[in-house]
Ligand binder design. Structure first.
Ligand code: KG4
Ligand code: ZN
Length: 360
């Protein structure tokens, strides 16, 4: 039995084919970055239209890469939320149509649950690692910075960002520095070529909560940019990029190194506090920002020191992809009543903690 997965919640169109053991047989991602770059962020209508254009080709591609035909598919899964509704509807309806036509089950998938299970997958042709009944998941992406506890019988959100997501902070800092969109990869590279000299403090809430906050850091970066003589760019830029990566001065590289340290330190601070409250055994760290080089180093190091197994997805599985969606769909399909089937609507906002447990 093969699983077809479709992801279209934001600016990546993706289709993947998995087998019943969670082996990734084929996976294709079409990024729309070029289409959105000149606007400095994702334009919902452009995203929806691009999904519509890309999907048929991607479906054909994964079927041919996976040496399969539509009739081999026994399960279809698609992202039903959270995300841009127009974008979601394209992939969701395509998937429902295929499932209906094939008379096979359809499983709506929560995008964040997909990120949470992505570290259990490999792209080397091996079956997926078994998902345990209990683990803690940190999701750091452009839209989310959350910690969830997966337990038998429950999914609990134990921390969330109270303002910007970590990836959003990367994107906004890159934009202010004139480095274009998206900001994560270029800021990561420039930060690694600089030296962190002036640390930004890790913010704490008075109520002692483990929630995250990145908007103060963004404002502090803006103030330092001004001190360094930059004119921080906001709004829609005149040009997609006003500063070439290779032209970034040392002072900016050092500032970005301070910023990258501060993001990573805050994520580690919160996970460390949660570990103090109730020891973790397995921690997954996923989402677009899990591609970050410093984050990967620091979390692996922390795991070794703290005796916690830290699972990071392969880099290609950190960005939005349909392999994680197909896998989450496969896991959900095993439990009666764990999803809404063909009746599932597209949801722009959707708390993962409102779902039935992944493992009852
Ligand atoms: O998971 P994702 O593809 O989309 C969402 O669901 O949001 O994450 C995209 C985010 C963007 O904000 C991007 O700047 C960030 O991930 N990102 C990174 C890196 N690569 C991508 N952030 C930091 N370092 C990176 N190397
Ligand atoms: Zn995502």
């Amino acid at each position: 039995m093969l699983v077809l997965g479709i992801e279209s919640s934001c600016d990546e169109t993706s289709v993947a084919l998995l087998d019943g053991d969670g082996r990734v047989l084929a996976s294709s991602v079409s990024s729309q970055i070029a289409a959105h770059r000149r606007y400095g962020g994702v334009v919902p209508e452009i995203a929806a239209r691009a999904h519509l254009d890309n999907l048929p080709f991607l479906i054909d591609t994964v079927l041919s890469d996976g040496k399969a035909s539509l009739s081999d598919i026994g399960l279809v899964a698609a992202t039903a939320g959270p995300g841009l509704v127009g974008a979601l509807l394209v992939g969701l309806n395509e998937a429902k149509g295929i499932a209906f036509g094939l008379r096979c089950p359809f499983v709506p998938v929560h995008h964040i649950e997909g990120h949470c299970v992505s570290p259990f997958l490999t792209l080397s042709g091996q079956p997926a690692r078994e998902v345990p009944p209990e683990w803690t998941a940190l999701v750091v992406s452009g839209g989310h910075t959350h910690v969830f506890e997966f337990r038998p019988g429950s999914i609990t959100r134990v921390a969330r960002t109270r303002d910007d997501a970590a990836g959003e902070a990367y994107d906004k800092v890159a934009k202010m520095a004139g480095l274009g969109y998206p900001g994560g990869p270029v800021v990561d590279r420039l930060a690694r070529s600089g030296q962190a000299r002036n640390p930004f403090p890790v913010p704490h809430f008075k109520d002692g909560s483990s929630d995250f906050s990145f908007s103060g850091l963004k404002t502090a970066v803006k103030a330092r940019l001004l001190e360094l003589g930059f004119t921080p760019m906001t709004g829609v830029p005149d040009a997609p990029r006003t500063l070439l990566e290779e032209d970034a001065p040392e002072s900016l590289r050092n500032l970005l190194a301070d910023f990258q340290e501060a993001v990573t330190a805050q994520l580690l601070d919160r996970i460390g506090a949660l570990h103090q409250q109730a020891p973790l055994t397995l921690l997954s760290v996923s989402g677009g920002v899990a591609a970050n080089s410093l984050l990967r180093e620091r979390f692996s190091e922390w795991g070794r020191k703290s005796g916690v197994e830290v699972l990071l997805p392969e880099r290609a599985l950190t960005i939005d992809n349909a392999a994680m969606i197909a896998f989450a769909g496969l896991l959900r399909s095993r439990t009666a009543g764990a999803h809404e089937g063909l009746g599932a609507p597209a949801r722009s906002r959707w708390g993962l903690e409102t779902l039935p447990p992944l493992i009852p």
